[in-house]
Design a protein around this ligand. Structure first.
Ligand SMILES: *Cc1c(COP(=O)(O)O)cnc(C)c1O
Ligand code: SF4
Length: 455
């Protein structure tokens, strides 16, 4: 089972999607009814995987319950049962026009643009929208290079899924770093640039370099930290080890570090299986040797990692290998959420059980956290205060920076799975970030998202 990995053998990246997966040697091991479900559901929620994931990360004796199998292959219950039957029958009938229509209908019910992603965080420079940038929290700008808008996986819980299905307008991505640099020059409060996608490490090193180099200019000395969000270390560690331009990539990391920046790879790790192969560990060692630092983040997901033991292994192994535990997210209100979501109280219990089982070196992790419109909302406990059971909450990041880390409370709800289902506790009428009912809305910034007016 080792034909695609191993240090020094320079295996070729071999991705699979719906139309090519039947060429994978493992396809035959999937029972027929599951294969049909993969085909039907992936018309709505496409998938992408690769030979390394199939060979090294999935335990085929444990399918369909193997967590990496669940993560990579669409599953029947990701769709509403009626939608599933309708789509399956349309597929069988061969009515392509009707099928395309129905796919669109089902997708648009899946909240493709959560938390004002497209409309509220897009900044302007001299009155013009700057392509490829989002700026929500004062100190951090997100940057979307156009060449990095695909990913190693198309996780169906990810808010990026509309861009993978081609329903999102990708013209927002940036062809070069020019607009970003101009914007940063005018924003000395920005200390962090987070290069994201998709997955920027999908790009060849030479392409990534064209985006990174301009950030090292002396005029941008206020940009202290450069982050790259990536799944490559988990799903294609060869990118850091044996790909033709792997060594060039590491030299590029060194140049960023030598220029005085902190370089952080924000590694998407959903399960400790991603840390187990020798080559995955080798990739982490090679990154550490450049002076860059890997941090790990993932949502907590039913069927995948809804078990404190998984997080215990992920965090402790991560620390040992040089990857710092960073965020545990709550699965977002988009895509196949009903398949992956768990009640907030359960997410909190998993976090606390895992957190209490590790040493302080792993307790750099924060969570469970919801990326919602007002900011990153941390569930900090389920206390009973003056006879009322509540969720204790805090904003780890806030559109209005002054609210960071100020405790607030929501009524306890054992079934709530997302922030929008919560209501203020203690009979209060609003959360701290909600508009006051009589707020003066006649100011010049009326109707403007706060991050656009620099508040
Ligand atoms: C999470 C996030 C960031 C980064 O926040 P950190 O807490 O600094 O990691 C920046 N922008 C957006 C929109 C985010 O969701
Ligand atoms: S960005 Fe991360 S979570 Fe989203 S599809 Fe890619 S690997 Fe999955």
């Amino acid at each position: 089972m080792n034909h695609s990995s191993g240090v020094g053998s320079a295996p070729k990246y071999k991705p699979y999607n719906r139309s090519s997966i039947n060429r994978a040697p493992q396809w035959e091991r999937i029972p027929l009814d599951l294969r049909e479900a993969v085909d039907v559901v992936s018309h709505v929620l496409p998938f992408r995987t690769n030979q390394y994931v199939l060979d090294e990360l999935i335990d085929w004796d444990r399918i369909p319950d193997d967590p990496i199998f669940r993560l990579n292959f669409p599953h029947q219950s990701m769709l509403d049962p009626d939608d599933y039957v309708t789509l399956r029958d349309l597929l069988r009938s061969g009515d392509k026009q009707q099928l395309a229509k129905q796919i669109h209908v089902v997708r648009s019910r899946m909240n493709p643009h959560p938390a004002g992603q497209q409309s509220h965080n897009v900044p302007k420079l001299d009155g013009e929208t700057v392509p490829g940038i989002q700026h929500k929290y004062a100190e951090t700008v997100l940057f979307f290079p156009s060449a990095g808008q695909t990913c190693h996986a198309y996780c169906t819980f990810c808010f990026r899924w509309p861009q993978f299905v081609g329903e999102e307008d990708l013209r927002f991505a940036a062809r070069d770093a020019e607009g970003l640099v101009a914007y940063l020059k005018q924003h000395p409060e920005v200390t962090d640039v987070l290069i994201t996608g998709g997955d920027p490490l999908i790009m060849r090193t030479a392409t990534l370099e064209r985006y990174l180099e301009p950030l090292l200019a002396p005029e941008l000395s206020h940009v202290q930290n450069i982050r790259i969000g990536t799944k490559a270390v988990g799903y294609w560690p060869q990118r850091l080890v044996s790909d033709v331009d792997a060594d060039d990539l590491l030299r590029l990391f060194e140049r960023v570090v030598d220029a005085g920046k902190h370089l952080a790879l924000m590694g998407h790790y959903n399960h400790p299986a991603e840390l187990r192969p020798a080559i995955a560990q080798d990739a982490l060692r090679r990154i550490s040797a450049t002076g860059a630092v890997v941090r790990m983040q993932s949502p907590v997901l039913r069927h995948i990692n809804d078990d404190p033991a998984a997080w215990h292994e992920l965090w402790t192994q991560g620390v040992k290998l040089g990857a710092i535990p960073y965020y545990m997210f709550v699965e977002r209100d988009t895509g196949a959420r009903s398949y992956f979501e768990l009640p907030l109280v359960e997410a909190y219990d998993i976090f606390r059980t895992a957190y209490s089982s590790v040493s302080g070196l792993s307790r750099t992790v924060r969570g469970p956290s919801m990326s919602a419109f007002p900011g990153k909302v941390l569930i900090d406990g389920v206390p009973t205060i003056r006879g009322e059971k509540v969720f204790a909450l805090q904003l780890l990041q806030a559109r209005r920076g002054g609210l960071v880390r100020q405790p607030f409370y929501a009524k306890f709800d054992p079934e709530a799975t997302w922030f929008d289902q919560l209501v203020p506790a203690f009979g209060e009428s609003r959360f701290p970030f909600d508009e006051e009912p009589n707020a003066n809305t006649a100011s010049s910034s009326a109707g403007m998202p706060l991050d656009l007016v620099g508040v």
